[in-house]
Design a protein around this ligand. Structure first.
Ligand SMILES: *Cc1c(COP(=O)(O)O)cnc(C)c1O
Length: 386
């Protein structure tokens, strides 16, 4: 309790939002006065702005990132008997969209450096039943999407990008969401473009695909009260769109601020002599990728991750483990009986990953406190060993 004044939170969304408070109030007042709480003009404008930002022709608002993934697979006609290739080191929604449609997830291991799906391991997982690949852009960094698209194309398989954590990221200068048949974004408050509630967006270059996504997001209804397919009700409401338009205008600054924080962590841990294979492995940035740092993910080897996390918590420094259990080991997927002998890096990442505070507005002195607290942990450890 004595330290509570120096509490360093894992995330403080208010610091991100407060500078734009007046802009939010203006935008929200406009929605209140318009009375158009669904399908308001802000929704269309946001769709156009996200499409331009992601360099695609079409963007479709929906209720969440999870719905975006589900709608992508629905629009691609994925169902029972189909297989979808996906990493297991991800948030649950990357996989639940597959099983909710009765299709089968086929897990491919990740690269130990980027934590993203290993492109070189995809080919071996492709069968005659494979219909799609879902690369996840974990922590704000694209997977090797050029290679993944090549492999998918040569097998006539669709790519659905799970870019929930990676709006604004790019690979070889081409934006996340512009590579696959469909791109999926989330506006959950902790994401880089975070709303004040739930929200999501789909991107698609092909107009026919975009049309199907919109059809499925609107109960498959066209025209009114005539249903062509069994879709779902998944809408982005006008209040969220109004908030998100304000935040999208400031997104480049927010990304820059995340990049500054990330490079400062890496510099300070290196200067402290901790960046080595025994103590911590710093996040790796693929030279082809423009990383937007939704998370700063360390790897803490040697079974010391949980001790370090307790030490941070005792010192009022926030941290998190994304993710402690791979999706294939979740209780609800016991029946899949997935043989995980190929998922060595996935299982190891769950035991070693540790995420530190990173958000626009995190101060340099707070970051210093995070690093000093980590340094103290290792100093105490080495005294105990000596
Ligand atoms: C957040 C997230 C989702 C789901 O987004 P919601 O908007 O919370 O439904 C899907 N995939 C990944 C990788 C995520 O991080």
């Amino acid at each position: 309790m004595a330290n509570s004044a120096q509490n360093v939170p894992l995330l403080d969304v208010n610091r991100d939002n407060l500078p734009y408070r007046d802009e939010f109030i203006d935008a929200l007042t406009g929605v209140v006065d318009s009375g158009r709480f669904l399908f308001g003009p802000d929704v269309v404008e946001l769709e156009n702005e996200v499409a331009a930002y992601s360099e695609v022709d079409n963007a479709i608002g929906c209720a969440s990132g999870s719905d975006a993934l589900l709608l992508a697979l629905m629009a691609l006609n994925i169902g029972p008997g189909d297989e979808v290739i996906v990493p297991s080191f991800t948030f649950f929604a990357s996989v639940s969209c597959i099983t909710r449609l009765g299709a089968t997830p086929v897990f491919v291991d990740i690269r130990p450096d980027t934590f993203n799906m290993d492109a070189e391991k995809i080919e071996a997982a492709i069968t005659s039943k494979t219909k799609a690949i879902i690369p996840v852009y974990l922590f704000g960094q694209c997977a090797e999407i050029d290679r993944i698209c090549q492999i998918a194309c040569s097998h006539d398989v669709a790519v659905v990008e799970d870019a929930a954590q990676a709006i604004g990221a790019a690979y070889h200068s081409r934006p996340a969401g512009s590579w696959g048949a469909v791109g999926c974004f989330s506006f959950y408050p902790t994401k880089n473009l975070g709303g004040m509630g739930d929200g999501g967006m789909l991107t698609a270059q092909d107009p026919a695909t975009a049309d199907r996504l919109r059809l499925f997001a609107g109960h498959g209804m066209r025209p009114r009260y005539y249903h062509k397919v069994v879709g779902i009700n998944s809408r982005l409401d006008t209040f969220q769109a109004a908030v998100l338009r304000v935040k999208l205008r400031h997104l480049p600054e927010a990304v820059e601020s995340r990049q500054t924080i990330a490079s400062r962590y890496s510099r300070w841990f290196t200067e402290a002599g901790l960046a080595n294979d025994d103590q911590m492995v710093l996040p790796y940035q693929d030279p082809a990728s423009f990383h937007v740092w939704n998370q700063y993910a360390l790897r803490i080897p040697g079974g010391r991750r949980d001790d370090l996390r307790s030490h941070l918590s005792e010192n009022n420094v926030g941290s998190e483990i994304y993710y402690p259990i791979p999706v294939h080991k979740q209780e609800c997927y016991r029946d899949l009986n997935f043989d995980d002998s190929s998922l060595v890096e996935t299982n190891r990442a769950c035991a070693e990953v540790l995420n530190l505070p990173i958000f626009p507005g995190l101060t340099e002195s707070e970051q210093r406190r995070v690093v000093d607290t980590v340094v103290k942990f290792y100093a105490a450890k080495s005294r105990m060993v000596a």
